[in-house]
Design a protein around this ligand. Structure first.
Ligand code: ZN
Length: 215
């Protein structure tokens, strides 16, 4: 079975405490052919058309402008379901996961969530390493997942919150180990391997994640 890790899954398992606004929508079911699908119905005041979004956990959201009825939105979903699901599957097969786009107004909340997640896991791994670090900073890095500064500050990309736990852990341990080894030497990787023996696999997986600009 392929279990796709997403914010919704984390939310369902109590590992992410998102606000209702953040996940957004009223759950509804709709029968399409022989399938009964569950989707999130959303009304967005700035939406100009009905929009269907497919997420990697199989979650579907239908967003409509305020003037459009739910009946019309469901007609639209029925008409476009097969086509859109087909597109979704191609994207999943390609192996790339595009992380959800964070709205500017959601950012402070996401940043805070990311910070507490990182702090908890840092403390956990540092029970083993026992390194000394200064501050933990969550940043809007464009491409970096994390960095370790000369002042012994550990910086992490806010998107870490959307990653599967094992990949987030890999990033956290990676930066933690840079406190001791400021390089990617074999000594550095040996330190990482101490708690993440399959770091190579996780590093490879991490390359399949893309994040979007806040907007
Ligand atoms: Zn590094």
């Amino acid at each position: 079975m392929i279990v796709v890790e997403t914010p919704l899954r984390r939310l369902a398992e109590g590992r992410l405490f998102a606000t209702v606004e953040y996940m957004g929508g009223v759950p509804r079911t709709l029968t399409i052919g022989t399938e009964s699908i569950c989707y999130l119905s959303r009304v967005h005041k700035r939406a100009r058309h009905i929009r269907i979004s497919f997420y990697y956990d199989g979650r579907i959201a239908v967003t409509r402008p305020p003037g459009v009825s739910i009946t019309r939105a469901e007609h639209f979903l029925r008409d476009n379901y097969d086509l859109m699901r087909g597109k979704m599957n191609t994207r999943v097969r390609a192996g790339t996961t595009i992380l959800p786009q964070v709205r500017l107004k959601e950012y402070p909340h996401i940043k805070q969530q990311a910070c507490s997640l990182v702090q908890v896991r840092l403390r956990h791994f540092n029970q083993i390493y026992g390194f000394v670090y200064n501050r933990v900073v969550i940043k809007k890095h464009k491409t970096l997942w994390g960095s370790c500064s000369v002042k012994r500050n550990l910086n992490f990309n806010y998107n870490i919150i959307f990653l599967p736990q094992e990949l987030a852990d890999y990033i956290i341990v990676h930066e933690l180990c840079h406190l001791k080894e400021h390089n990617h030497s074999s000594r550095f990787w040996a330190l990482v391997a101490h708690t993440i023996p399959n770091w190579q696999e996780r590093r490879k997986q991490l390359r399949l994640y893309r994040h979007k600009k806040i907007g």
